[in-house]
Each structure stands twice: as structure tokens, then as C-alpha cells.
Design a protein around this ligand. Sequence first.
Ligand code: ZN
Length: 74
Amino acid sequence: MLSRPDVVECPQCLGEARRRIATPHLARADSTAMALHDATRATADRPAVVTAPPPPPRRQKFTTNPLHRKLPRP
Ligand SMILES: [Zn+2]
């Protein structure tokens, strides 16, 4: 890495091309994909904390009328 030149000759215009330090295209990634990556990494070892258990399933309604017991069952 120390032996790299600071200035090289441009292969197209034969001009002086100086060495520049640039980011490795981090901002060019799809934002939706990056958000999914971040969310997956964030919850990989620390799942989301909930404040309450999920609501119970809806109970089936039933009647207390004794005459309904004589009705045919499905
Ligand atoms: Zn050039």
C-alpha cells in the first residue's frame, strides 16, 4: 500500500490523474433492502420486547337458554 503512486497517467487523455479516497458505494444500495438488513441484524440476538401478551382468541358465543339444548346439533 505504501508503494502506490499518488499520481498516474490517465489512460484516456494521458493527463495527470491524482489519487483520491472515496467511499465504497455504500449510499448506492437500495434503501428498502438496507432497512431490511438493519432490522434483521438489530433483532438477530435481541428480539423486540412486547409490553403485553397477545390478545386471547375470540371465544365462541354460547347460549344459556335450556330450550336450545333440544335443538339438533351440527
Ligand atoms: Zn483523463
